[in-house]
Design a protein around this ligand. Structure first.
Ligand code: SF4
Length: 490
């Protein structure tokens, strides 16, 4: 498929819209000013043509022997501030819907954070019914998705309003896992391969914690939430976990910390000693993730534990007395079926975890699964699975509290965090809604600096892989000075 751009340069957005209809496809591009008369085969011509008083937007798509066209003409003075990028996206969406017979449920919202858009509209004074009709009519969002986005935003309002301008959250990355799951495209390395990296990694991480604490103290920032994620943090020993968590409490003022999460994750790494250490060091929230309660699916995705192991870990976490346990499930895993997914949801509900996060499989180029996906192995009804989870969780008193999308999600679906009893994870809301600075430490982590008053947002990236993080640690540490520069320039 060739995407031809005439009179504009909206490549990224238009490519994102095309991918809603034809995922896992490599596109060729013809840029503005280049000759495209030689291009044949499947192609989309997207054009913005200006004359003295008017602008014409036109999308013409040819797939096989079929073709469709959409055009819109505007007075020059009526062209929106984005130059018409959104208009072309909508025309492309309409043309592709007709040609493929597909109507992606999130409409032309291709970004990661549909709820952020709803929050912005609520902040601008739109009523819920106005927002719903804008989502449906302007963005072509399906009614059920508009409803859940609005419900999620409503569940976040009080928490978003509680954010203080001088507060921040901290993310600590432990980028190691016992083995690599087949759907993973994360930077995580299996410890088998990276064993020689972990000791040095922890040593450096402790220094980064100390260095960052100095910056935070000078700036007078207040630590609000902590999230230790991965990878699989519990791949570390109880001693290593303790040393990381103790360094945090020694270096930072944790007296105002409202939430401290450790993503225990995989049952093949969880022991009583580790959970006790995590609890004693101040964590009040853990994730124990089955992904599926079907042993054959666990095997198919390369996780080295059984359903029984998950249950043992979950009960250990309950005994340890954490306030909140989250369990992650994934809809659309290879070899899973609707019936088996429904059973996973039902059995998870019996455990009554405070949080349940229902992910949809995201197929990424870097993951082993990608090849299989293209061969059609993933031919399971992810949409129906998500529908089932939404209805079962709602009926059992859970509410959606954060929602995000990733690229190449099966059926263009979404991930939704559910909670009951007012146990929303603050960190998950802040990171998704970009409503608080998140200072991130460790390999693969990225700091997000948010200035609520000045409406500025900047990112600072750490080295992606543990090996580079260790090798260039001094340089890496210097990147932390960007935090000071950001706040001092406010
Ligand atoms: S546990 Fe998570 S980070 Fe680790 S390999 Fe599996 S999907 Fe990737």
């Amino acid at each position: 498929m060739t995407l031809i751009l005439c009179g504009h340069s909206y490549k990224y957005e238009l490519e994102s819209v095309l991918k809603l209809f034809i995922p896992a496809t490599r596109f060729s591009f013809v840029y503005d000013g280049e000759d495209y008369s030689h291009v044949s085969g499947d192609r989309v011509i997207t054009e913005k043509r200006e004359d003295t008083n008017t602008v014409v937007f036109c999308v013409c798509c040819y797939i096989g022997i079929k073709s469709e066209t959409e055009t819109q003409k505007l007075d020059l003075k009526d062209v929106p501030s984005d130059g018409g990028e959104f208009i072309l996206s909508k025309l492309l969406f309409k043309v592709m819907s007709r040609l493929t017979g597909i109507s992606p449920e999130w409409g032309v919202i291709t970004g990661v954070r549909p709820v952020k858009r709803v929050n912005e509209m609520l902040d601008s004074g739109y009523s819920e019914s106005d927002i719903k009709s804008r989502l449906i009519n302007d963005f072509f969002v399906a009614e059920n998705k508009a409803d859940i986005a609005i419900k999620t935003a409503n569940g976040q309002r009080k928490i978003l309003k509680s954010v203080k301008a001088d507060s921040f959250s901290m993310y600590i990355s432990i980028p190691f896992c016992p083995t690599r799951c087949s759907y993973c495209s994360f930077v995580s390395q299996s410890v088998g391969k990276a064993l020689n990296q972990t000791d040095e990694y922890i040593k450096n991480l402790l220094s980064e914690i100390e260095y960052t604490a100095g910056i935070v103290k000078r700036l007078g920032l207040l630590l609000d939430t902590v999230y230790i994620g991965g990878g699989t943090p519990t791949v570390l020993s109880a001693y290593q976990l303790k040393s990381v968590m103790t360094r945090i409490t020694e270096c930072f003022d944790t007296s105002l910390v409202r939430e401290f999460t450790v993503e225990a994750g995989r049952a093949d790494t969880i022991t009583k000693d580790k959970l006790t250490a995590i609890k004693e060091c101040g964590a009040n929230r853990v994730s124990i993730n089955p992904q599926t309660l079907n042993d054959s699916v666990l095997k198919a995705i390369g996780r080295d534990h059984t359903v029984k192991d998950f249950y043992s870990s979950f009960y250990l976490a309950r005994e340890a007395g954490f306030d909140v346990i989250n369990t992650d499930l994934i809809a659309g895993l290879p070899t899973d079926t609707l019936q088996s997914f429904e059973k996973t949801v039902d059995e998870t509900l019996k455990l009554s975890p405070e949080n349940i996060t229902v992910h949809t499989l995201s197929v990424k180029r870097a993951s082993d699964i990608n090849i299989n996906a293209q061969l059609g192995v993933l031919n399971n009804p992810a949409g129906k699975m998500v529908e089932y989870a939404t209805s079962a969780l709602s009926q059992r008193g859970y509410s959606p509290y954060y929602l995000y999308r990733q690229k190449n999600m099966v059926e263009n679906l979404e991930n939704i965090g559910w909670e009951k009893g007012g146990t929303q994870s603050l960190y998950n809301i802040f990171i998704m809604e970009e409503s608080q600075t998140v200072i991130a430490l460790g390999a693969g982590a990225s700091t997000k600096l948010v200035d609520l008053k000045g409406k500025r947002l900047e990112r600072v990236f750490n080295y992606k892989y543990a090996v580079d993080y260790n090798k260039n640690f001094d340089l890496m540490l210097k990147k932390k000075d960007e935090i000071e520069r950001f706040y001092l320039n406010a």
